[in-house]
Design a protein around this ligand. Sequence first.
Ligand SMILES: [Zn+2]
Length: 250
Amino acid sequence: MKFTAVITTAFLFTSAVFAHPSPDADYEANYSLISRAIGSSCKAPEGTGKCGKASTCGGITYNNLCPNDPADVKCCLELTCKPSSGGSGLCRSKSRNGCSGGTFVAGACPGSADIACCVKGGSTSPNPPSTGPKIPANKCKSYVIDNGYKILKQFPGLVHTVWCYANKPGEHGKGRALDFMVKPHAAGGRTLAEWTMKNHKSLNVMYVIWEQRIWNPSRDKQGPWTGWRKMENRGSCTANHCDHVHVSFN
Ligand SMILES: [Zn+2]
């Protein structure tokens, strides 16, 4: 009898340690899966974030910190940053997140050099060139002004004025469009328009209009202005964009 008791004890002990998890253990496993779902916290190197859809994360995403969730659920850490050069934004990873529609500014976020402050819009005033027209800084988003000066720099003397209206419909009203005013039918207008098309990626261009023709990277292939989509006659030189190149930015 004593021997049987020893065997039974050993069997019970072994079962407890090595057997298939009990229903309670399964529950625990499921619970931990649920507890790491969207909205639960996650510990990232730069602070405590939240597991969520990567596409809705405005800040830094980290891989493998929400391991039981679908692949598109990542640890998201949203840290606001205020670069000394002005404006504010969210820290983002250059390699994983990018800064679409904005500009990375170094030195305002914790962590490695891959983490930088992504500044969009706001009132940061980029350094205007000493010569040439000025872009009205109070009405346009800062990345639009930045990119506007990049275009201006290529064509010294061509553009006499740049407009950015806040009180107009469409992209102008959103501070995302610039009108580069040139002499009516100036040959340089086409050159500026085509250059902007070629550099649309780095400039974040939504569309370009010159002399009743429009080019939009999401619809049109790159090519000479003569092959751009024709627009309706709007009645006047200015309305037909014969004296200015219109550029909208994303
Ligand atoms: Zn315009």
